[in-house]
Design a protein around this ligand. Structure first.
Ligand SMILES: Nc1nc2c(ncn2[C@@H]2O[C@H](COP(=O)(O)OP(=O)(O)OP(=O)(O)O)[C@@H](O)[C@H]2O)c(=O)[nH]1
Ligand SMILES: [Mg+2]
Length: 323
C-alpha cells in the first residue's frame, strides 16, 4: 500500500517517525519546512533532538575547484562500502556531483556503480545571510535524526559565514592543491587555523611535495606551545580515489584524539555558544524588521545625520522590540 502523502497537516509525531526510519520524502519535507522558517519546523526540531548526536559531521573546505566534490564523492562511496550511512550537504556547489536523480528541493540521490544510494542536499549560499549557517546545521540535525552516521559538509571556505560553518563541525578537512600558491595565500581568512586534517589533492600534479613542505613549515611555526594534536596531512588524487582510505583513517585519528581529550567538550560548548549567539542576533533582527521597520529607518536617518550615536540608536531599537 502506498504511503500517505506528506502534507502540512500531517501530525508531527508521524513525520518524526518517518524521518527516524530514514524516509527520504519525510526528510525532504522537514528540510524544506526548515528552509522556509515555518513555525512548525521549530517544534519539529525539538522533537528530533533526542534522536540526534550520533552522526559524525565532517567539514570539507578549500578553494574553488580544488576537488572537494570529487573527494566527498569518493569518501561517501568508501564509507558506504564499510557499512556506514553517509550523507552529503554541499553549500553552493558550482560543479555537480556525479549523476543522480533530482528529487526536488535541491535533494538528489547519487547512484554509484556499486548501486549504493547516497543522499545529497545542496544549499545555495548566494544571497544568504547569517541564516546560512543556522540552516546548514538544522539540515544536519534532520539527517542525524534520520540515522545518517557520517555527514559530509562541503563548502568553499571564503566568506565569514562559511568559516563559521566549518568551525562548527566535528572534524574539519582543509583541501589544498599544488600550483595555486594555495598554502599561505588563499587561507589567510583563518581557515588554516581551524583545520584538523589537511588534504593535498591533485597529488598527480607537479608541486604536491612543495605544498607538503610549505604546510609542514607553516605548522612548525604555529607549533609554539600547546599544539595538542598533530594535524595529519594526506595526499589524495580524488579523480582516482587514491588516498581516500588514508583520509578516512586521518579523520578517525582526529576523532579518537578529540574524544579522549577535554577538547571534545570544549568544542561542543563553543559550537553551542556560537550557534545560540548567532541565532539571538538573527532573531533580534527579524523582530526589528517585522515589528518596527519605520522606527528602524528613522534611527538610521538620525544616525546618518549625526543626530544620534549608533549606540543611542541601538538602545532605542532594543527597547522598541522589548529587549
Ligand atoms: N588532476 C586532478 N584533477 C582533479 C582531482 N580532483 C578533482 N579534479 C578535477 O578538478 C575539477 C574540480 O573538481 P571539483 O570536485 O568539482 O572541485 P570543487 O572543489 O568541488 O569545486 P567547487 O565546488 O566549484 O569549488 C574537476 O574537473 C575534477 O575532475 C585530482 O586529484 N587530480
Ligand atoms: Mg564542489
Amino acid at each position: 500500500m502506498p504511503k500517505p502523502e506528506i502534507t502540512k497537516e500531517m501530525p508531527k509525531a508521524e513525520l518524526v517517525e518517518r524521518i527516524k526510519k530514514g524516509d527520504i520524502r519525510a526528510i525532504a519535507r522537514a528540510i524544506s519546512l526548515t528552509e522556509n522558517n515555518d513555525p512548525f519546523s521549530h517544534d519539529l526540531h525539538a522533537a528530533l533532538l533526542p534522536l540526534t548526536g550520533k552522526a559524525l559531521v565532517v567539514g570539507i573546505t578549500g578553494s574553488p575547484g580544488s576537488g572537494k566534490s570529487t573527494l566527498v564523492d569518493q569518501l561517501a562511496v568508501a564509507l558506504k562500502k564499510t557499512g556506514k550511512k553517509p550523507a552529503i550537504v554541499a553549500i553552493d556547489p558550482t560543479s555537480p556531483f556525479s549523476g543522480g536523480a533530482i528529487l526536488g528541493d535541491r535533494i538528489r540521490m547519487m547512484h554509484t556503480a556499486e548501486h549504493a544510494e547516497i543522499f545529497i542536499r545542496s544549499i545555495a549560499s548566494r544571497g544568504a545571510t547569517g541564516g546560512l549557517s543556522r540552516f546548514t546545521f538544522d539540515t544536519v540535525r534532520v539527517l542525524d535524526a534520520a540515522g545518517f552516521d557520517v555527514i559530509l559538509v562541503e563548502t568553499v571556505g571564503v566568506g565569514q559565514v562559511e568559516v563559521d560553518i566549518v568551525r562548527a563541525v566535528d572534524t574539519c578537512v582543509v583541501v589544498l592543491v599544488p600550483g595555486m600558491g594555495d598554502t599561505v595565500q588563499t587561507f589567510k581568512a583563518g581557515i588554516i587555523e581551524i583545520a584538523d586534517v589537511f588534504v593535498i589533492n591533485k597529488a598527480d600534479r607537479d608541486g604536491a611535495d612543495l605544498v607538503l613542505k610549505d604546510l609542514r613549515l607553516l605548522m612548525s611555526v604555529g607549533e609554539v606551545s600547546d599544539a595538542k594534536f598533530k594535524n595529519p596531512i594526506v595526499k589524495t588524487i580524488a579523480t582516482t580515489g587514491e588516498g581516500t582510505q588514508e583520509l578516512i583513517a586521518a579523520i578517525d585519528l582526529h576523532q579518537k584524539w578529540l574524544r579522549s581529550s577535554d577538547e571534545f567538550q570544549v568544542r561542543k560548548n563553543n559550537i553551542a555558544r556560537g550557534t545560540i549567539l548567532a541565532l539571538l542576533s538573527d532573531l533580534v533582527h527579524e523582530k526589528l524588521f517585522k515589528e518596527c521597520p519605520d522606527l528602524l529607518n528613522q534611527e538610521i536617518q538620525k544616525c546618518a545625520d549625526r543626530k544620534e550615536t549608533p549606540y543611542q540608536a541601538a538602545l532605542t531599537l532594543l527597547k522598541a522590540v522589548g529587549v
